[in-house]
Design a protein around this ligand. Sequence first.
Ligand SMILES: CC(C)(COP(=O)(O)OP(=O)(O)OC[C@H]1O[C@@H](n2cnc3c(N)ncnc32)[C@H](O)[C@@H]1OP(=O)(O)O)[C@@H](O)C(=O)NCCC(=O)NCCS
Length: 185
Amino acid sequence: MEPSKTAMNALVLSDGVVTLRPWRPEDARAVFDACQDRLIALHTYVPVPYTIEHAQRFIAHCTEALTTGSTAAGFAITAAATGQVLGSMSRSRLEGHRASFGYWLAPEARGRGVATRALRLIADWTLATTDAIRLDLYTDLDNPASGRVAERAGFVREGIRRAWDIGRDGKPIDVIFYVLVRARA
Ligand SMILES: CC(C)(COP(=O)(O)OP(=O)(O)OC[C@H]1O[C@@H](n2cnc3c(N)ncnc32)[C@H](O)[C@@H]1OP(=O)(O)O)[C@@H](O)C(=O)NCCC(=O)NCCS
């Protein structure tokens, strides 16, 4: 049975250290603050400059996805102990059997395995609640920290895709794909 829309909006995934929960309107300031970071601007597609209205629209968009039954899902990564917002973990709308993920952490939340825990949580949830077979994400060539996060969460480096994206300067960008394929029954 499909989870109800209300249940989706109350969804919480936790390993006791990191908790993924739906975004709330009052998180906008934390999103705005984090998205001033140079690395987030460099390695993700957040608007630059990033305004509080961008943060509010991002949260509204994630809330709408969770409450309208979309297979896209965006969660706040929070500290299980304190509730502090640490970052963002998203799943794009499923494309057939494929699910793709993206994430960022606030600068002060880095270097302690938070993104790895968050990626494991959303990957496990995706395997448990959808028929997705191929889970993937991609990183810029010069983003080894994100590649390590993927590998520590069980994704395997698949290879480089040439000119997969177009950068802010309009030039094509090569990326590295990481993939986790559902084990066969
Ligand atoms: C990517 C990101 C989420 C990783 O955050 P994090 O979990 O704190 O990552 P860490 O700093 O702990 O680094 C993860 C791993 O990469 C390694 N690493 C970090 N910087 C590295 C570098 N310059 N070269 C090689 N390895 C590096 C760390 O040693 C660590 O490896 P370990 O787990 O084996 O010790 C964070 O850097 C971020 O938010 N970056 C900006 C947004 C972004 O890049 N999002 C991902 C887009 S694909």
